[in-house]
Design a protein around this ligand. Structure first.
Ligand SMILES: Nc1nc2c(ncn2[C@@H]2O[C@H](COP(=O)(O)OP(=O)(O)OP(=O)(O)O)[C@@H](O)[C@H]2O)c(=O)[nH]1
Ligand SMILES: [Mg+2]
Length: 233
């Protein structure tokens, strides 16, 4: 949508954005993180995509409950040696897509470790969506849906099976995550405007009528990121 606008129109559009939600995509190498992102933001898929090195991000603007929300989605390498500084990657993240490959058992076995990493580096209120990707490879499935559902329920995660290749469930999974983030943000915003902190106590600053920005631009360390090229192959 942005590409079709001229500079002035794009500027007006930017001004109307209500929230920027930072989302991180994590999971083992080669599970399809970059391709899921590419499918969601550009409706593209690439079979011989290269391993991600460092950190990349893409954005997509969607409307949720009448609010214009820009999802800024960060993608990093599953391989430890290619990963960027972990704390910077998770800082300010409101949501996470935790991806495994339904055809590779090990990638599902590692999901618990990724949850631990999230719990130790990200904000406690982060919304997590567990994703079983490569759903198109039905004959090669080794991770059963029920096992993933049980794990997700146990850990309080949302869950979906996707295919970056066919596009199945990719949009709906991202939209569900963004909707859930929106609920969390709206609740926090309401608590602030009522002068009640998350712990139920009255907050002096809010009672004085100060405006509290839940997500400010400074939370987004754009200088540490590079934009993805139009195709990541
Ligand atoms: N059949 C099928 N192949 C997929 C799917 N998603 C990704 N792939 C393939 O899986 C391989 C790895 O995909 P990537 O998106 O690069 O994986 P990644 O998780 O970003 O890997 P790292 O950047 O190394 O962490 C590529 O060959 C993709 O084409 C899918 O839904 N179906
Ligand atoms: Mg990648």
């Amino acid at each position: 949508m942005n590409q079709e606008m001229n500079g002035v129109e794009a500027e007006k559009f930017q001004e109307k954005i209500d929230y920027v939600f930072k989302v991180v995509v994590i999971g083992d190498s080669a599970v399809g993180k970059t391709q899921i992102l590419s499918r969601f933001t550009k409706n593209e898929f690439c079979f011989d995509s290269k391993s991600t090195i460092g950190v990349e991000f893409q954005t997509k603007t969607v409307t949720i409950n009448g609010k214009l929300i820009k999802a800024q989605i960060w993608d990093t390498a599953g391989q430890e040696r290619y990963r960027a500084v972990t704390s910077a990657y998770y800082r300010g993240a409101l949501g996470a897509m935790l991806v495994y490959d339904i055809t590779k058992r090990q990638t599902f076995d590692h999901v618990a470790r990724w949850v631990e990493e999230l719990r130790s580096h990200a904000d406690g209120s982060i919304v997590i969506m567990l994703i079983g990707n490569k759903g198109d490879l039905v004959d090669q499935r080794v991770v059963q849906t029920e096992d993933a559902v049980e794990f997700a329920e146990d850990q309080g995660l949302f869950f979906s099976e996707t295919s970056a290749f066919s596009g199945e469930n990719v949009n709906s999974a991202f939209l569900k995550l963004l909707q859930e983030i929106n609920k969390v943000v709206s609740k926090k915003s309401l608590e602030c405007s009522n002068g009640i902190k998350g712990n139920g106590n009255l907050d002096g600053a809010a009672l004085k009528g100060e405006k509290i920005d839940i997500i400010s631009g400074s939370d987004l360390e754009i200088s540490e990121m590079k934009k993805l090229p139009s195709c990541s192959c």
